[in-house]
Each structure stands twice: as C-alpha cells, then as structure tokens.
Design a protein around this ligand. Structure first.
Ligand SMILES: [Zn+2]
Ligand SMILES: [Zn+2]
Ligand SMILES: [Zn+2]
Length: 241
C-alpha cells in the first residue's frame, strides 16, 4: 500500500531535519497546532561568560555527561542536567548546549492503530541521544488544569506547566509506554530561570521503532481520576491498565 503523506515537514523548516506526517490508518488530517521548536528563555539576569574561548569538558556550566553529542551512560543519569545558556558568551553550537540545538535525527509522525499519533525513527538512534526539548506554552498559574498534552516542571521554587495543546513540537506526539525507550530530564541553562524538559534516548532505538516515554505517576493520577483513562501500551510490565 502506498503511504499517505499528509505533510512533508510539520515543523515548517523550524527544525534542522524535516519531520513528515503519515496517516495510513484513518482519514484524520494533519494535527492543528503551532510548531514551537524551543521554550523561549526569559531575558538573562546574570552573565557568566563561562569560558574565554570555546567551552570544553571543564566548562563550569557543564554536568560533564555530554560526549560525542550524547549523554554517556543515560541509565545512570541524575534527573537534572546543566548547560550553557543565555548568560554565557558561547554560541548555540557550544558542545554544552546539546538540548538547544533542535532535532538532529530523522523522525516521522504517524497514526497508530488505536493510540492516536505516534513518533517513530527513520534511522537507528544511539542511546543517550537528544530527541528534542519538550516545548509548549508556559503557565505559572497553579490553578491551570493539566491535560494530556501538559508537563509539570519548575522555575526556581515555582511550579510551571508546559502545555503543548496549542503550541509544541514533535515531542507532543510521543506516546506513553510502561516500557519506555526515551526519558525526560530537567535541564537548567546558565542565566535562564526556567527549567527545560528534554527527551533523551535511554536505549539504542532501531529504524522503524516507535519512541515511547513513561509519563509517570503524577500524569496518570490526573488522567485516571479526571478521564478514567487506562494505559494501552500492551507491555507485560504495564502499571496503568
Ligand atoms: Zn563554558
Ligand atoms: Zn556556559
Ligand atoms: Zn558554552
């Protein structure tokens, strides 16, 4: 069967690689949202000018876990990483700004059999690779309701909700699985009060495989109590079905 291509690049040129959308399953069209490749940092309050030349592994902003454009030993990673940011004098190509450089692996969005849209990889991706930042509209109001397209994070001591319902990127299509192959890490960038959420591969992901993230207990508590949602990941270790 011919594959039905709905869009050859849902990012409209905002990512360094095109992200096509396919629907071989039903007649739903391209999802309607504004593509946002980064959560925009607030203006920097401090300037660190961390390194006089190009940043290397001794950069004070670094968590010392990036090598060859990926995280070393991702299964052992702490749940927060630090990077250079708007307070530094280095540019976006700095090796300590890995999560800020956009999608570098070929991905595609496709309609799954009964689990909505999903994301799969078009070539094998190494463990520890960055998929992308989880982007969306930022809300600092704790009364804002979380929904299936939102993610709670922190700014200083305050809760922030990143809501990808109306604005987001390819990561808003990554489905939940209790047997995940990607994970979400909090990333602090020098001079930026907001914590970013970045999706990394835990394992090597092979060509054609779907990316799957464990959304975690807080998300499932909200979805089960409000919408009586049950997990359909089908994994033998499923915890929410
Ligand atoms: Zn530096
Ligand atoms: Zn820096
Ligand atoms: Zn730097």
């Amino acid at each position: 069967m011919d594959r039905l291509l709905l869009s050859d690049d849902i990012s409209n040129g905002k990512e360094r690689t095109k992200i096509p959308v396919y629907n071989d399953y039903d007649d739903e069209g391209v999802p309607n949202f504004v593509y946002l490749n980064r959560c925009v940092p607030e203006p920097s309050a401090t300037t660190s000018r961390c390194c006089p030349g190009a940043c290397d592994e001794n950069c004070p902003c670094s968590s010392n876990v990036y090598k060859d454009q990926r995280v070393q030993r991702p299964s052992k990673l702490a749940n927060i990483l630090t990077e250079c940011g708007p307070g530094c004098s280095c540019d976006i190509d700095c090796s300590n700004r890995l999560s800020q450089q956009g999608v570098r692996y070929p991905l595609e969005i496709f309609k799954t059999n009964g689990r909505g849209w999903g994301v799969r990889v078009k070539s094998t991706i190494p463990s520890g690779a960055v998929i992308a930042e989880y982007t969306g509209e930022l809300s600092f109001d704790e009364m804002v309701e979380q929904n299936e397209h939102s993610y709670g994070t922190l700014s200083g001591e305050n809760d922030v909700i990143i809501n990808a319902t109306n604005q987001g990127n390819v990561t808003r299509f990554i489905n939940h699985s209790c047997n995940a192959n990607v994970f979400a890490v909090r990333v602090k960038q020098t001079g930026d009060p907001l914590e970013h959420i970045v999706i990394f591969c835990i394992y090597k992901v092979y060509e054609g495989q779907e990316l799957a993230l464990n959304y975690g207990n807080p998300w499932w508590q909200i979805m089960e109590s409000r919408f009586n949602l049950k997990c359909s990941c089908g994994s033998t270790t499923c915890r929410y079905s």
